[in-house]
Design a protein around this ligand. Structure first.
Ligand code: AMP
Length: 287
């Protein structure tokens, strides 16, 4: 497996691979890889003949006071994991390589970027959309793999690909969880032992909302939000940010639940801000 630090080198390697008839796959990450990232790389390696994993802690997507400075960085470990999962290339650019001059261009996906995570982290999705667009421009025509764990990000990326006619097929991959239900995240390493013990409460809250819809027939989003909040509220270490019911296509709030919805939750445990989501489908409406 190769490691490249310059965009031009990555573009040349992927152009070369495509000219040989190989299908190219891209897995964008912030690094600090774990089994969730590895599942994306494995899926990409199953679909494609040449897989590049990007490792870049993108300053544009961190707000003031967020964890840009302390975000875990371990390129050697990331390369070992990427290779083990089937990657052919790791792209690990410096900040200067990605942003040789301070960018004057921002990619902004309206509406999808201003709700939920966007409300709590202003500018976050502009940073994500901008860097992902750059990575797509560097990689060229490819399949790109994103986790459902970051469901809103997935929708933002899908929409920018559509709106900008980018030659990229976005592939969604399921959330990988710890045995107790906690979604894997690079930020889980911020959790103290008691916070780690409390962290699955986010998933339990989502499951309570899902049960309300799928087993108890709840159609009122307020009732579902209350079911999620009741579970989340039992954990004193959790500062809940939101527990919401949203359309899986555009994250709008349904008046009544008559078709599949996405349940999304976010909260802070100590210094870790964690997010999670699941889908829920009312009985008798399965596709
Ligand atoms: P990140 O490094 O956190 O930006 O994540 C890079 C990619 O990995 C994103 O597409 C995430 O959605 C995905 N990802 C992160 N955690 C998980 C997980 N637990 N399961 C599946 N995908 C994940």
């Amino acid at each position: 497996m190769k490691v490249a630090h310059e965009p031009a080198e990555v573009r040349a390697l992927l152009d070369q691979a495509r000219s040989e008839g190989r299908r190219t796959g891209l897995v964008p990450t912030l690094g600090a890889l774990h089994a969730g990232h590895r599942s994306l790389v494995r899926r990409a390696a199953a679909d494609c003949d040449f897989v590049v994993v990007s490792v870049f802690v993108n300053p544009l997507q961190f707000g003031p006071g967020e964890d840009f400075g302390s975000y875990p960085r371990d390129l050697e470990g990331d390369c070992a994991q990427a290779e083990e999962a089937g990657a052919h290339l790791v792209f690990a650019p410096s900040q200067e390589a990605m942003y040789p001059v301070p960018p004057l261009t921002t990619v902004r996906v309206e509406r999808l970027s201003s709700v939920l995570e966007g409300r709590s982290r202003p500018g976050h999705f502009d940073g994500v959309a901008t860097v992902v667009t750059k990575l797509f421009a560097i990689a060229g025509p490819c399949a790109a793999y994103f986790g459902e764990k970051d469901y809103q990000q997935l929708l933002v990326v899908r929409r920018l690909v559509t709106d900008l006619s980018l030659p990229v097929v976005v592939v969604a991959c399921p959330t990988v969880r710890e045995p107790d239900g906690l979604a894997l995240s690079s930020r889980n390493r911020y959790l103290s032992p008691p916070e780690r013990a409390a962290a699955p409460v986010l998933y339990w809250a989502l499951l309570a909302g899902k049960r309300a819809i799928e087993e108890e027939g709840a159609t009122d989003p307020a009732q579902v939000r209350a079911a999620m909040r009741a579970v989340a509220g039992r954990e004193p270490l959790l500062a809940l940010d939101y527990a919401e019911v949203a359309s899986p296509e555009d994250l709008s709030s349904p008046a009544t639940i008559t078709a599949e919805v996405r349940l999304l939750i976010a909260g802070r445990l100590g210094r870790a801000r964690l997010i999670d989501n699941v889908s829920a489908t009312p009985p008798g409406t399965e596709a």
